[in-house]
Design a protein. Sequence first.
Length: 533
Amino acid sequence: MSLDFENSIDAISDLNLWFKLRNNESLTLADVPEIIRLRWNYFRDSWEFVKGTYTSAIQAYNDPDKFKNQIDTFSEFIVTQRVSSILKNPFDDNEVLLKFYTIFDNTITNNITLTREETTIISEKTNRVASFTRGNFLKIRLTLTEERDSLSDKTNTSDPDYNRIFDRSPQVGRVRIRNKDLNKMLQLQEAIRSVDFILANSFSLSTVSIDPFAIARQNANNKDIDIGTYSSGVLIKLNYGEDLQALAQRTFGNPDKWIDIAIANGLKAPYIDELGERINLISNASGNQINIAKLDIDSKLNIDKLSVGQLVLLQSNTQTFPEQRSILNIKQIPISGEILIELSGDPNLSNYTLLDSAYIRIYKQGTINSSFYILIPSDEKLDDTSVSEIPWFLKASDTTERRQKVDMLLGNNGDLVFDSTGDIQLSYGLDNAIQAIKLKMSIELGELRRHSDYGLIALVGSTNHNINDLKNTLTKSITSSIEADQRFAGIDRLDIVYSNTLSGLNATSFSITLVVRLAGSSQLVPISFSVNV
């Protein structure tokens, strides 16, 4: 968390607290800033006695230098305020949290004697945050995004394509960008990513069910990961500068458990790679494709550092904020050895140019760092209570839409449909009802070996001496196929018209108009098709 957020400090505080509650971690004063103003007397009277506790924790903190500096300035602050003639609580100033965040972030609430008022405040806040719904996280995301964009406008670093896509009119830049501003935008973006992670992995936020191993496989860039006997786990962020032994001590209480963490995440030596490696592009990016050289500056093969599914960060002199993508495909040109990399996401990479010194940053495969989540394994069974939950994208839909279930989306040719990131697109609501009927009517009965009772009876090869018998057979097959599906209330209309375009008694086909009524509603779905004889 940054120390100078203006609008999003409460949002980030709530987000941090939510993660801690989910992981049963100890709370600190920084997680509940509402009670900091009530702790002035405690620090005023006890600082010299407890200062040593904070000093001993400096090296274990994710930013030791900042922590040490704030301990020194906090000591001066306490002394100055003790002799101040102003009759005002110094902790009433909102800037106190921002100036001395590391102090409050290392003050565990269970280690101090709380008043009844403080206990009540903590209880009310934890109960509120623990019951967050999707709407709460969307609100947090909006707050974080607005502050990130506002800072980008103020420093004149907003992206024209971003503004165009989201129909934004950026404010005129007023100040030159500083490292402090870049760091703040990066931390805001990391918080946004955390919210996106929650939203993407939660069917119902009251009963969150996350498959942590899927995240571990992706983050470790190791498709051969062997989870072993672990059944579940929790996802946390590695602190910057923290090694696996320290992480194991923090999470298991035993530094020797670092090997369990390494196995569960598919990590290999050196296990942690915070710096990564910068690889310059050798031509302007285009669409979803970037090009890099065969060899790095040490004459090592770049292709040995890459794998499909690997996460990379894109950046340039003008695109200073890192953009994360994953590798979809890797191709090497035979003669030149030039490497063509296809990345996930929208085909809009043309703003990464040689003129702007565009490059990618990759991390050693089989490693982790503080930018990603790491899995802490557990023998407890993974909660599967959300299996029957309604997906979040149908929460706002009416009952009829929800009843149509969710399937994989098929194209007109029957193939799976993928989005721009390579993920399978879903079919749901009315579209899924239409897709389900089309499948029932286009698949011949017996065509699916494992579902021999699925589909429409085949008439090809049947004699056409008695057209009415064929129509009755076809009617029964259509009716039974629709009635067997609980998503449909039945057939509202079924017209079967015999079409004989050839001479004699040879029937060409039956033209069929089918109108199906959806279960629990008056919604009708019309379908027209033909069946050859």
